[in-house]
Design a protein around this ligand. Structure first.
Ligand code: SIN
Ligand code: CO
Length: 401
């Protein structure tokens, strides 16, 4: 029996849809080849599309308390952007003119059952992955500027035409313009451009730079947006969830404690005990756990912090203190610990981490006051300056005999 090898033809970025196949292919094929992987333009995804909401009704909704809306104007000549967040007032639309502005309303599916019905063809996705349908109305030239979204989005053209430009360059720069609150890209070089007609739909996975501009006349776009929690949100919420269910008595314990060899060191045994207390942290390496724990434990149950020094200590001033035999006092509200790292050592003080040497870190944890007489390396000098500046160390002139 002959087995034909799978075709190696490159996947098209543009296909034609139909009432039966809004994605121009089976949903299984779309999920396999495009979902979260590459953009897809579907011409005629929704044949004879009629927008389920009129521009006036969208503007009305933008004025409702609780509706999430934004009115964005672009001054083309000076490349200035102006953003007004809702609830908007009728007066806001009086001065918009007939070009270079757009109105965006999020969660329109929650307010309007006809708009919500647009979600039906997306039922092949888990419903909890769907965020909302955002509807935009724009006059020619209107848009939100080039940007990147963190979520998958299906951009369905509802009314008029929109020019879409996207970049599939994996190395495209993703830095933001600092002068605009819209998180617009500072640089954008399109690799593909299209003019979308009503019923056409552009699918974009997360992270694809794109820019959509209303073309020729009034334009409405329906964005079916997905949601995907960040790992930071997941871990934060899981930690809260677990914490709420743990009894007060379940604590860091050390019944096997041996006399401390080095004052203040978070040593290997402490790290092992920490791993026992945190079974869900197994994925994190020793360096990450130590860095977190050092910061945590030195601010844990600490009622106050030392006040920072009035003036920063210069290297010359430090030399003077050292040469003059000054005594360094550790501030009573300074709580310190330290840990060895691959590169050397980190000193933790009241939730902050400072590069250190093991010798100086240990001295700082062991002594409330000390005099330094030996030579110091660059790390130790920087550490002393930082601790003096942050108020953890207070210099005192040596007592005269
Ligand atoms: C729009 O409808 O103006 C575009 C939304 C987007 O690019 O995410
Ligand atoms: Co976008």
């Amino acid at each position: 029996m002959a087995i034909s090898s799978p075709s190696r033809k490159p996947l098209p970025i543009e296909v034609r849809g139909s009432a039966r196949q809004p994605l121009g292919m089976s949903t299984a094929q779309f999920l396999r080849d495009y979902w979260q992987k590459r953009p897809l333009l579907v011409r005629n995804a929704f044949p004879d599309f009629v927008p389920p909401i009129a521009p006036e009704d969208l503007a009305g909704l933008a004025c409702e308390d609780g509706a999430l809306s934004r009115l964005i104007r672009h001054d083309e000549k000076r490349d200035r952007w102006q953003v007004k967040t809702g609830p908007l007032a009728e007066a806001d639309f009086a001065t918009t003119g007939d070009a270079n502005w757009t109105l965006l309303v999020q969660d329109v599916d929650k307010w309007d059952a006809d708009v919500a019905a647009l979600l039906e063809p997306f039922a092949f996705l888990p419903s909890w992955r769907v965020d909302d349908i955002m509807v935009s109305y724009a006059e020619p030239g209107g848009g939100v500027g080039a940007h990147v979204d963190q979520y998958d989005v299906f951009l369905l053209q509802g009314l008029g035409q929109r020019h879409w430009a996207i970049s599939t360059d994996p190395d495209a720069p993703k830095d933001f313009r600092l002068d605009v609150e819209l998180k617009q890209l500072a640089h954008f070089e399109p690799t593909h451009e299209w003019l979308l007609e009503p019923g056409d739909m552009l699918y974009l996975p997360p992270g694809v730079p794109h820019d959509g501009v209303a073309f020729g006349g009034a334009c409405m776009t329906f964005s079916v947006g997905m949601r995907a929690p960040s790992q930071a949100e997941l871990i934060g919420d899981l930690a809260d969830y677990l914490a709420e269910r743990l009894p007060e008595e379940a604590r860091y314990t050390d019944p096997d404690l041996a006399p401390a060899r080095n004052a203040g060191e978070i040593d290997r045994s402490a790290l092992e005990r920490l791993r026992t207390a945190l079974p869900f942290a197994t994925a994190y390496n020793d360096a990450t756990l130590l860095d977190w724990f050092g910061q945590f434990i030195t601010r844990y149950r600490l009622a106050q912090n030392p006040a920072p020094a009035d003036r920063p200590t210069t290297p010359v001033a430090l030399d003077k203190l050292l040469a003059g035999g000054s005594v360094f006092l550790r501030h009573p509200w300074s709580r310190m610990a330290w840990a060895r790292t691959r590169a050397g050592c980190t000193l933790f003080a009241n939730g902050h981490a400072y590069p250190a040497s093991a010798g100086l870190a240990q001295l700082l944890c062991a002594e409330h006051e000390f005099v330094l007489d030996g030579p110091l390396d660059a790390t130790e000098r920087s550490l002393l300056i930082a601790l003096l500046d942050d108020g953890h160390l207070v210099p005192r002139k040596p007592r005269r005999r």
